[in-house]
Design a protein around this ligand. Structure first.
Ligand SMILES: [Zn+2]
Length: 304
């Protein structure tokens, strides 16, 4: 081998090494990036305060970990008060929702449908599909379609009807379809017929329970006026801000049921025995059916 051939060989081998190192670097960086990609969660409720109650603690945990959460209320809440109503009440409730959103660390959107009049129409279904697509959702949370309140029921129907349709390009073609059907989850309710909710995922929210209460308290017209009025306990609502928070905390304080504790055990092990506050979700059959491993990736707060 002559001198020139030798040096050419050396140059080529050095260049190959550099290219190999570069390729490895690019591959490793993109792998690391994909591991850290934020999870996009969208929660639907019928009224401005429903998402908060159903998934507020879970939302805080996601937001603290750098993930994206959006709450969408399908009505503007303009019927939820004993003294006020219409546009005036809608404005109050939109402002309360925005404040709650800040406290939860989530984006909050209130759609302009009248409270008490939500219907499972095609127009509303398309609105839900667009919201899910625009958020590029990995997880969609909504109530079950069996509930005491017609707005809650139809929110459940509308979101359930959006599952699968979110990937169909010819439906709402002006918004790019999702490439994968997200995981659709039902939020907790206490209804027993035709069947009680089966908890598939239970999130321990003890560490953020106080923050959830503080965020909920932004809905002053609901937790300190309207709901106590419907329950006949308006005279028990304290006026002092600190006392109001403990009033609300006592109100929302309920020990996990035995089925919730069972589910907590699956995801948290022995820690489940000392969990005081949890939010539970059932996997809807119409969305993606995640494996346990996929659930752990989608809910990084679940840790034994
Ligand atoms: Zn509601």
């Amino acid at each position: 081998m002559c001198f020139y051939t030798l040096s050419l060989h050396k140059i080529i081998s050095t260049a190959m090494k550099k290219i190999f190192t570069l390729v490895c670097f690019v591959l490793l960086t993109s792998w690391a990036f994909s591991q850290n990609e934020p999870i996009n969660v969208i929660v639907f409720g019928a009224h401005p305060d429903d998402c908060d109650l159903d998934a507020g603690g879970t939302a805080i945990l996601f937001a603290k970990m750098g993930h994206n959460v959006k709450f969408v209320s399908l009505t503007n809440g303009d019927a939820g008060h004993q003294d006020k109503g219409g546009g005036e009440l809608a404005r109050i409730r939109i402002a309360e929702a925005k404040e709650a959103g800040k406290r939860f660390g989530v984006e909050y959107s209130v759609l302009d449908n009248h409270d008490g009049e939500l219907m499972p129409t095609l127009v509303n279904r398309l609105k839900v599909i667009r919201e899910i697509r625009k958020w590029n959702a990995d997880i969609v949370i909504a109530p079950r379609p069996n509930d005491y309140h017609p707005d809650h029921r139809y929110t459940g129907i509308l979101v359930q009807d959006a599952a699968y349709m979110v990937i169909v390009p010819n439906v709402a073609p002006e918004v790019r379809p999702l490439t994968k059907n997200p995981v659709f989850l039902y939020s907790e309710d206490g209804f027993q017929k035709p069947n009680p909710l089966t908890p598939d995922i239970a999130v321990d929210i003890d560490e953020v329970f106080d923050q959830k209460i503080y965020a909920l308290s932004a809905h002053e017209s609901q937790f300190f006026e309207w709901l106590p009025w419907t329950m006949g306990i308006l005279d028990q609502v304290p006026s002092d801000e600190k006392e109001r928070l403990s009033f609300l905390a006592n109100w929302r304080n309920k020990k996990p049921s035995s089925s919730t504790t069972e589910c907590l055990k699956k995801w948290y092990g022995d820690k489940a025995a000392i969990t005081n506050h949890a939010e539970i979700f059932e996997i809807c059959e119409y969305g993606k059916q995640p494996t346990d491993e996929e659930i752990l990736k989608l809910f990084p707060m679940l840790k034994k």
